[in-house]
Design a binder for this molecule. Structure first.
Ligand SMILES: CC(C)(COP(=O)(O)OP(=O)(O)OC[C@H]1O[C@@H](n2cnc3c(N)ncnc32)[C@H](O)[C@@H]1OP(=O)(O)O)[C@@H](O)C(=O)NCCC(=O)NCCS
Length: 97
């Protein structure tokens, strides 16, 4: 997992994955919380993720938003995805400011 900084005010939580036998004990939440802290330290105003588990992110304080509300530029790296342009992940976002 990593915090990918797109612009000075926007970052993405990427590649979040907790090993199957370690799920459900708070590791995912701790990883995302660490990303949020790092983003705040850097003065980033919004942090988002594309996910199949919006409820998990909701518990941490993210809100689901329409993917079309995210800047078009974030889709640059999705061009190689076999699902493009029919992305079936949900977009979630949190305001940090
Ligand atoms: C989704 C994932 C990251 C969650 O990590 P985790 O370590 O199991 O989650 P945590 O134990 O930190 O859970 C934190 C809270 O979210 C809840 N939660 C976890 N997964 C959830 C899910 N899929 N749906 C709804 N709630 C979920 C937990 O019940 C817990 O709630 P609580 O605070 O009320 O007790 C993990 O299941 C995973 O790696 N899945 C496979 C890969 C994947 O889909 N990654 C997401 C890519 S964005």
């Amino acid at each position: 997992m990593r915090l990918h900084i797109l612009w000075e005010d926007l970052a993405e939580v990427r590649s979040l994955s907790v090993r199957l036998d370690a799920q459900g004990i708070g590791i995912g939440k701790k990883l995302v919380t660490t990303c949020i802290k790092e983003a705040k330290t850097l003065g980033i105003k919004r942090i988002f993720a594309l996910t199949y588990h919006p409820e998990f992110f909701g518990k941490i304080g993210f809100s689901v938003i329409d993917k079309s509300k995210l800047p078009q530029k974030i889709w640059g790296e999705c061009l190689r995805c076999p699902k493009f342009p029919e992305c079936d992940e949900s977009a979630v976002i949190m305001n940090l400011s």
